[in-house]
Design a protein around this ligand. Structure first.
Ligand code: ZN
Length: 190
């Protein structure tokens, strides 16, 4: 028996093909956290095909193959709801590689970002919530010598610009991930 994962922007779901049991896990969480439908082993990679694993359902105890085929999910961005380094959200996202917004799911000290994360020769875009605490490891002195600001000027910068600088200096993959990220051609700016 086999089944294919089901996903939305936030969650990966596996449904047991043999009974009603299913499990969902955050799209950024390590896959070994699946425990009701545990991954027993990964099958050898086949070129140009999705990964496959052998999983076991804790309810019916059947083993089956899971095909990790992420369906394309178009990411729709409403231009007037986002900010970025340029007045144009398209230029901000596709040339500067970052945009941000305050939305209902943000904690008071957070913004929601969409950022480019390089992966091989692809341009992928990840979304995530970032606060100052998420980059307390950053080399601020290095960033200041690179962007030419004083420490006081840096402290006054809006969070969006700080995150942009941290991504430019340290690499966006320190704050964002390619796992579950959206390819450029599946992003639509409205
Ligand atoms: Zn089952």
């Amino acid at each position: 028996m086999e089944t294919t994962i089901d996903t939305d922007h936030n969650t990966v779901y596996i449904h047991c093909p043999n009974c009603d049991n299913w499990e969902g896990l955050g799209i950024d969480d390590a896959r070994h956290y699946f425990h009701d439908i545990e991954i027993l082993e990964w099958l050898p990679d086949r070129e140009d095909e999705p990964e496959r694993s052998i999983n076991k359902c804790s309810a019916c105890e059947e083993e089956f193959t899971v095909i990790w085929d992420y369906p394309p999910v178009t990411l729709e961005i409403k231009e007037d709801e986002w900010e970025g380094p340029d007045a144009s959200i398209e230029i901000s996202l596709f040339e500067y590689g970052i945009i941000w917004q305050k939305n209902d799911e943000c904690e008071p000290d957070e913004l929601c970002f969409i950022a480019e994360v390089p992966f091989e020769d692809q341009r992928l875009y990840d979304s995530g919530y970032v606060s100052e605490d998420d980059f307390d490891w950053a080399d601020i002195d290095g960033i200041l010598s690179w962007n030419g600001l004083t420490k006081e000027e840096w402290d006054e910068l809006p969070l969006g610009q700080k995150v942009q600088d941290v991504c430019n200096y340290h690499g966006s993959n320190n704050l964002f991930t390619t796992y579950g990220a959206t390819p450029e051609n599946e992003i639509e700016i409205l």
